[in-house]
Design a protein around this ligand. Structure first.
Ligand SMILES: NC(=O)c1ccc[n+]([C@@H]2O[C@H](COP(=O)([O-])OP(=O)(O)OC[C@H]3O[C@@H](n4cnc5c(N)ncnc54)[C@H](OP(=O)(O)O)[C@@H]3O)[C@@H](O)[C@H]2O)c1
Length: 186
């Protein structure tokens, strides 16, 4: 059993909280107006990309040694034609620079919220340079009915964010539904 802190109380926060709870963990969620209490073993950033830097800054010392799960898709919603990070980086790699004391994992960004709702099997891709952080995340979600697939090092966050972006553009253009998305075929 792990203590999970989720920043955000929106669409993704709720369904990710349900999955961690299903796996037997204790979850606490903080919205933008809530005072932040004790931070758990695993921290999930279920907030807009633009809100992350201030959260990392405000909780610097509490994040030391914590597994921080970045689920953001840093989409340029102004143009809907690209990401807000350069092609040779990713949101997660930029967050590592802001909070090197934490162990970052990119995960959940290729899953639409509606596909995580309930207890059906869904594939969650994740990436990190920290093998221990990956193991902690996988272990904590055993029993959640999620199939966690290790996509490799943190550099793969670039491809995961590109995939997340492509999936969003397909849904906006009504080529797939918001219940849809890419799946892995073994
Ligand atoms: N929706 C999806 O299907 C999906 C899929 C994959 C990835 N994502 C990513 O997941 C993240 C969250 O998306 P969402 O759809 O769940 O958004 P959402 O429903 O709009 O929820 C965003 C949440 O972030 C909170 N928030 C904003 N600034 C905060 C702060 N400084 N401290 C704590 N909480 C703060 C908001 O609280 P207030 O309401 O109080 O401002 C709200 O609860 C985004 O980065 C998105 O790119 C979303």
């Amino acid at each position: 059993m792990k203590n999970i802190t989720i920043f955000g109380k929106g669409n993704m926060a709720k369904v990710i909280a349900e999955r961690f709870t299903l796996a037997g963990n204790h979850v606490e969620m903080f919205g933008s107006k809530d005072p932040v209490g004790k931070i758990g073993d695993i921290v999930v950033l279920a907030v807009p990309y633009s809100a992350v830097a201030s959260i990392l800054d405000a909780n610097k010392s509490e994040l030391t040694g914590k597994v921080v799960v970045d689920i953001t898709n840093p989409v340029n919603f102004g143009t809907m034609d690209g990401l807000l990070v350069s092609a040779d980086s990713s949101a997660t790699e930029e967050f590592v620079k802001l909070a090197p004391q934490a162990s970052f994992v990119k995960a959940f960004n290729t899953n639409f919220a509606s596909t995580l709702a309930g207890d059906k099997n869904t594939t969650v891709l994740f990436a990190s340079n920290d093998e221990n952080a990956k193991a902690v995340l996988v272990e904590s979600l055993k029993g959640s009915q999620l199939d966690l697939v290790d996509a490799g090092s943190l550099k793969r966050a670039r491809e995961l964010e590109a995939l997340g972006f492509l999936q969003i553009t397909l849904a906006i253009r009504e080529k797939i539904s918001w219940m849809g998305g890419f799946s892995l075929v073994e």
